[in-house]
Design a protein around this ligand. Structure first.
Ligand SMILES: O=C(O)CCC(=O)C(=O)O
Ligand SMILES: [Fe+2]
Length: 268
């Protein structure tokens, strides 16, 4: 078991932050990646966007990543909405390297108290102006297969950390993530989920949601039970985020799309 005093990359979470993670349900960490590193991520995202435009619509495997693309005609032009790129680091190895950087796995190891983490999510959401992409309120525990044979809460505390890194500035009008504070306290709620509709439930009030504005490089961390979502981008600037998710060893039994997904990584 790891002591929380120090990790190899030098990013130590104070105990108060870890308590907040489990209590309020989310925390934001600033200044972990440098501007140069963010620029490298942007270059990779630009290449993925170009690739997406050349692909068919649907869930398309391309260079080991899964592109989820909507294409439709509007007047005389054909529009492409990139909903997400799953396991983006297969097509863009820099994103795999960054996604499992010791600074990120170190945070996951400190939060979950483990020396190894299972890297199951390495994903990009583009949310470009006008694409109308949004994420109805949900708990990630649903996507992890909580309550089925695909998932076991191996550490008894959720066994999962999701990290959403802002690549562009996230503002109030470009579709910031919205979190319902303390919603994590009730565990897995089996909320209804429909990709096309806003979720409503007796378990939360959407008016309680807190929008998280972030500078590039800021990272929001949250557990599998925290209710969150985001609305469409209403601005004229992109809201790209780079997402990595780590499971406690022995928690995940699902195969995720993408070449090389689900590797066990040592926390340094
Ligand atoms: O990109 C978003 O706004 C939603 C992200 C999300 O739901 C997640 O990372 O779990
Ligand atoms: Fe989510």
């Amino acid at each position: 078991m790891k002591s929380d005093s120090q990790n190899a990359a030098g990013f130590t979470l104070p105990a108060t932050k870890i308590r907040e993670f489990y209590d309020i349900g989310y925390i934001v960490i600033e200044d972990i990646f440098s501007d140069d590193e963010i620029s490298e991520i942007i270059d990779a995202l630009d290449r993925l966007e170009t690739a997406a435009l050349s692909l068919d619509q649907g869930m398309i495997m391309h260079e080991g990543s899964q592109f989820v693309i909507d294409r439709y005609s509007e007047g005389s032009s054909v529009k492409t909405n990139i909903k997400r790129v799953v396991w983006c680091g297969a097509a863009e190895p820099k994103l795999l390297e960054m996604g499992r950087d010791p600074r990120l796995t170190g945070l996951a190891g400190q939060i979950m108290e483990c020396n190894q983490v299972n890297h199951i999510i390495n994903q990009v959401h583009f949310k470009l102006p006008g694409d109308n992409v949004f994420f109805p309120f949900h708990q990630d525990s649903r996507h992890r297969g909580y309550g089925t044979d695909s998932w076991k809460d191996a550490n008894g505390k959720g066994s999962y950390v999701q990290m959403v890194m802002a690549i562009d500035e996230v503002t109030l009008d470009n579709g910031p993530m919205l979190f319902i504070p303390y919603s994590c306290k009730n565990g897995h709620l089996d909320l209804p989920y429909n990709e096309k509709d806003e979720t409503t439930s007796q378990y939360f009030n959407a008016e309680d949601a807190v929008p998280i504005v972030m500078n590039p490089g800021n990272i929001a961390l949250f557990g599998p039970y925290t209710i969150h979502g985001s609305k469409p981008n209403q601005s004229d600037k992109p809201r790209r985020v780079f997402i990595n998710g780590f499971a406690y060893p022995g928690a995940n039994f699902m195969d995720y799309p993408g070449q090389g997904s689900g590797e066990l990584i040592d926390v340094l």
